[in-house]
Design a protein around this ligand. Structure first.
Ligand SMILES: [Ca+2]
Ligand SMILES: [Ca+2]
Length: 173
């Protein structure tokens, strides 16, 4: 049976991780986080938080919607909730994987591998809803395949029994 892609964990993990890294980085007099805050802070971060710091770094322009060079608290919250409503892009998933987000590796790898199939509305982002739909389709495909296999194997058992002359005891009762 194909393993379901359990991405809930990956999505919440990403949100919590980003939030955590943001609070660690948001320690200067700036009310927010700048590129140099991120660059200067790698040594203070837990290894498991590096992927999230890289994610912030690589997506800074997207997070910084007013382009003042600083990710404000409000901008951060907006992006975090956008992960729920809009999902993650291929490059964001790739950034998490390349930077070694170990906990969710198998789900991540599958999302990256099947990105185009999962992104049903083709907006370049995959949401948890799209992943659920993908899982459901996989399950249906599997049931259909199982059913076909079941029918085929029944037919072959039927012929096998028909040919068998040694196994008649049970049938003669
Ligand atoms: Ca800003
Ligand atoms: Ca989509």
């Amino acid at each position: 049976m194909a393993e379901k892609i359990s991405a809930e964990h990956l999505f919440t993990n990403t949100q919590f991780g980003l939030q955590r890294v943001y609070s660690v980085l948001n320690k200067t007099d700036l009310d927010g986080v700048s590129l140099s805050d991120i660059e200067g802070a790698y040594s203070n971060l837990a290894t498991s938080d590096i992927p999230f710091a890289q994610y912030l770094y690589q997506n800074l322009n997207q997070f910084d919607s007013d382009s003042d060079g600083i990710i404000s608290h409000a901008e951060m919250q907006k992006e975090l909730s956008a992960i729920d409503s809009e999902g993650l892009t291929y490059n964001q998933l790739l950034a998490l994987q390349e930077n070694g987000l170990a906990e969710a590796n198998s789900a991540l790898a599958k999302l990256i591998e099947h990105f185009k199939e999962i992104d049903i509305n083709n907006d370049g982002k995959i949401t948890t809803k799209e992943i659920d739909a993908y899982n459901l389709n996989e399950e249906i495909d599997e049931k259909v395949a199982e059913y076909k296999e079941f029918k085929t194997s029944n037919i072959s058992i039927f012929y096998a029994d028909d040919d068998s002359s040694t196994n008649t005891d049970d049938a003669s009762i």
